[in-house]
Design a binder for this molecule. Structure first.
Ligand code: FES
Ligand code: FES
Length: 159
């Protein structure tokens, strides 16, 4: 049944009339045209659909619209501020931490959540936190390097 769901998306209040059992992933991609959030496995195993909900990294394929009511959702489209890339985005570019780029939005949001919770993670803590995000191109080493670099940049822990 359709319900009125209010939430904040990338800093703007939104009210949608949607079936509240629908996954956030498909509302973002299909209803709102925010295709930066990627569909990989659909069963919570790859991390490509990761977004932030109240600064926590969540799998949007496994998150219903009912679960985001009243919450703050950030997708890759909402990470840059006033035309400036988020330090994690900047570090991914500088460290060439992507190849095809399909996993990248989910990787970046997972990393942003990590740095918000732990602004100076060790290499092992980064590897641990990123374990559930898969990259078929094998960019993992450069991804870890990028997150290390972002943790040292001003604003790296901002969400
Ligand atoms: S598409 Fe959501 S975890 Fe793979
Ligand atoms: S860069 Fe291609 S899947 Fe990660």
């Amino acid at each position: 049944m359709k319900e009125r769901i209010e939430f904040t998306l990338n800093g703007a209040r939104r009210t949608l009339l949607v079936d509240d059992s629908r996954p956030l992933l498909w509302v973002l991609r299909t209803d709102l045209g925010l295709t930066g959030t990627k569909y990989g496995c659909g069963i919570g195993l790859c991390g490509s659909c990761t977004v932030l909900v109240d600064n926590q990294a969540v799998r949007s394929c496994q998150t219903s619209m009912a679960e985001v009511a009243g919450k703050n959702v950030t997708t890759i489209e909402g990470l840059a501020k006033n035309g400036a890339l988020h330090p994690v985005q900047q570090a991914f570019m500088e460290h060439d931490a992507l190849q095809c780029g399909y996993c990248t939005p989910g990787m970046i949001l997972q990393a942003v959540a990590l740095l918000h919770a732990n602004p100076e993670p060790s290499r092992e803590e980064i590897i641990d936190a990123m374990e559930g995000n898969l990259c078929r191109c094998g960019a993992h080493v450069r991804i870890v390097d990028a997150i290390r670099a972002a943790s040292k940049m001003e604003g790296g822990a901002a969400t």
